[in-house]
Design a protein around this ligand. Sequence first.
Ligand code: GLV
Ligand code: MN
Ligand code: MN
Length: 451
Amino acid sequence: MSITESQGRPEPLHLKIMKRRAFNFSLLSTVAVNLLEPSRAQTTLRVNGPRIDAHLASLSEYGKNPQGGVTRLAYSEADLQGRKYAMNLMREARLDVGVDLAGNIIGRRAGSAAGLAPLLIGSHIDSVPEGGNYDGDVGSMGAIEVAQTLAENNIKLRHPLEVIIFQNEEGGTIGSQLISGEIPDKQLDLPANSGKTIREGIRILGGDPTRLPEARRKRGAIAAYLELHIEQGGTLEAGKIKIGVVEGIVGIMHWEVTIEGFANHAGTTPMNQRRDALLAAAKFIDAVNRVVTSIPGRQVGTVGKIQALPGAYNVIPGKVILGLELRDLDAKKIESMFERIRGEAARIAESTGTVFDFKQTSVSYPALTDERIRRLIDETAKGLGLTTKSLPSGAGHDAQEIARLGPVGMIFVPSVGGISHSPREFSHSGDITNGANVLLQTLLKLDAIDL
Ligand code: GLV
Ligand code: MN
Ligand code: MN
């Protein structure tokens, strides 16, 4: 349905031209303002900040760690409990709640106009090991709050609304990839951080790993997706900026690197006769850092996981398994860095008498957010008296996968000290409320148009 058809009026020529060319957002906001803007009652609508705080605090009980923060690994008991809690909140917000075949939680509400694709809002509630209480939780609780605010004020959107909590974001945006594309069969059998394979996990969550193609949606099957999230970096706080408008999200690729050496006696094997896999690993870690820092740009590379076997003081390590991660906004750059790293590994293997094997375990491609949604978030935030800044996201998000289905936008709120993936992750309540209000008002504006 077009913007004007939905109003039952003839379509003015300028709108026809706009639809044929690129959609002109500023023209829309000045020319068609009365037709399309949310009503006055809607623009003054605000979320209930203390309720979001209470929900975040309750959610933080599931997987709580003594040092603060949570370990709520995908497919763990804590994840299941947190999901149950979130589903109850969704029911209170008068959403029809279900779990799709990929294990994502979806709370639906019908729209008032026929034939429109749904507007999606949401995030994730699984965490990294020893993570914080804000990454993913803010966007998930914020999205539920938006749905509840709409319900309490009897506001029905034109579009169907879906509040979605994606499964296993931290293990490589798994739930959102399963909706928007495919995950190679082999990857489904890899263990997630909880030790369960993705295939097992999907079943545990209530999905069905034998019917994943049915969970997939086609391009155009969503009207748009909006995600509220903490920045996880320090740009907003340093600039005293309240709202970040995300320009794009980095691609993330993971490899499991296995180095085979030879386990032998640490006391009797001379230094020049060793095939020490951990020594090779040390050289490799240094090489990753050298390759990544040798070119200009914001790319990053990390070896964040290491296992040395058999793991004893008096045995030369015969085998090491590493986790290599590379990120950038340009997928080609990631691939070319990887090729250089592989070249370095070949040289290290030669000099240490070891063998390197690389297995790619996860791929998330970089994605740009939709320019029109960016502008809408920016205008909306400024209209609420909030300062804004455009910035890229160095963290991965489900939005980058959902971008394959339709236009996406992301709203960032400040992270204190730029700390994330840590129990010390923190965002101020007022900032979270601001973010949720921007989410609410942007959603209302998006609902009034057809992107
Ligand atoms: C997800 O949080 C990621 O960036 O790893
Ligand atoms: Mn996250
Ligand atoms: Mn995260």
